[in-house]
Design a protein around this ligand. Structure first.
Ligand code: FE2
Length: 364
């Protein structure tokens, strides 16, 4: 087997650029049960921005706002609204990761640099991907601090219970019409990923709107990036709506794994998170399609959780509505029972649900 030139241990963190990180932090604490663990800003010697680090099990989110109207962060928020800037990848050698990818054609975003504080040192380096999104390689084997040098450990006075969110299962990008294959090739050639699955517009279309999708994955399978592009339908594709409002390619959704989706989703609902809705009729014949499952169908129906099966097992999934006013980023909650796929059997029901929302927004 050929040597993996870009070994990745997992997702290190996802950083969002947002209009008001202080308030967004409370949203993710209260609604999703994340714990606030670290902060960087003027009080810790960082000028011009504030960043809050949230953690639940293996997931780390960073929420960053600018204090300066002319910064790159402010420009990003003005153009895209709240959205994902960084999909950070945990590696053993950040400099080598940067060199191996840039030599294969990756555009540099930030060359390797060593960050230090009293807890040790971290090497970070970033390359560009679709839209204005970047991948940051994080090498933290010589670091014992709460997050990265410059961040101080903090505790919130808001006491929240975790709700069973475990790790990031996959992160999905939306790219412009005709650009999907270019970005699949980028992940193959520049990052050594392999094409896992292809969905064409026959798999993913309703009466009105369509999209195409290909999933790429790294060597150990810990990193999975589906890439979507709009396809021609009778009306506007949900991917086109995203691109219209994000004003470029960008991250469409982040799927988070749980071991107990009924509990996780019931907690999210209790705390005010809104989900896409599928009609009760979905549950009338779903077991004919997916066969025997361990969960109580009535409980899944009450939480409006979707079910799908592939050759290796089944999965349970649900999608939030967009988590900001623009119809851009949303989250998926997923529980895998052997299945390694992405819920193809639910695409039709889901896209009809998304179209109902698009229609309400006047964007169909
Ligand atoms: Fe997904």
């Amino acid at each position: 087997m050929e040597q993996d030139f870009l070994p990745i241990n997992g997702t290190d963190y996802v950083e969002f650029y947002v209009g008001n990180a202080k308030q967004s932090t409370l949203y993710y604490q209260h609604c999703f049960g994340y714990e606030l663990i670290a902060y960087a800003g003027p009080e810790t010697g960082v000028k011009g921005k504030a960043s809050y680090v949230l953690k639940q099990d293996k997931i780390r989110l960073v929420l960053t706002s600018s204090l300066d109207p002319n910064s790159e962060i402010s420009e990003h928020v003005k153009k895209h609204g709240d959205g994902v800037k960084v999909l950070a990848l945990w590696v053993d050698d950040a400099t080598r990761s940067y060199n191996e990818t840039t030599v294969r054609g990756a555009e540099s975003a930030i060359p390797p640099q060593t960050l230090k504080d009293e807890f040790g040192e971290v090497v970070v380096a970033s390359i560009k991907t679709y839209g204005e999104t970047i991948h940051t390689f994080v090498e933290r084997k010589n670091y014992k601090g709460p997050f990265l040098p410059g961040y101080k450990a903090v505790k919130s006075s808001l006491k929240v219970e975790p709700i069973g969110l475990k790790y990031i299962d996959h992160c999905v990008g939306n790219v412009e019409l005709g650009q999907m294959n270019k970005w699949v090739k980028f992940y193959e050639d520049v990052m050594g990923f392999k094409l896992l699955i292809t969905f064409d517009d026959k798999d993913i279309s309703t009466e009105y709107s369509a999209l195409m999708s290909k999933v790429v994955s790294n060597g150990n399978g810990y990193i999975k990036f589906p890439i979507n592009e709009p396809a021609k339908g009778k009306k506007k594709s949900q991917i086109e709506e995203y691109l219209d409002f994000y004003h470029s390619a960008g991250v469409q959704h982040i799927a988070i794994a749980t071991d107990d989706i009924v509990y996780t989703v019931s907690q999210l609902r209790k705390r005010g998170v809104e989900f896409l809705y599928v009609p009760d009729s979905y549950y009338e014949d779903v077991l004919d399609r997916v066969g025997k499952i361990n969960e109580d169908l009535q409980e899944l129906k009450e939480q409006n959780i979707l079910i799908d099966r592939d050759e290796e097992g089944y999965l349970l999934q649900i999608f939030t509505k967009p988590v900001q006013d623009r119809p851009t980023l949303f989250f998926e909650i997923i529980e895998r029972n052997g299945a390694k796929s992405f819920g193809k059997g639910n695409f039709k029901a889901l896209f009809e649900s998304i179209e109902r929302e698009q229609e309400l927004r006047g964007n169909l």
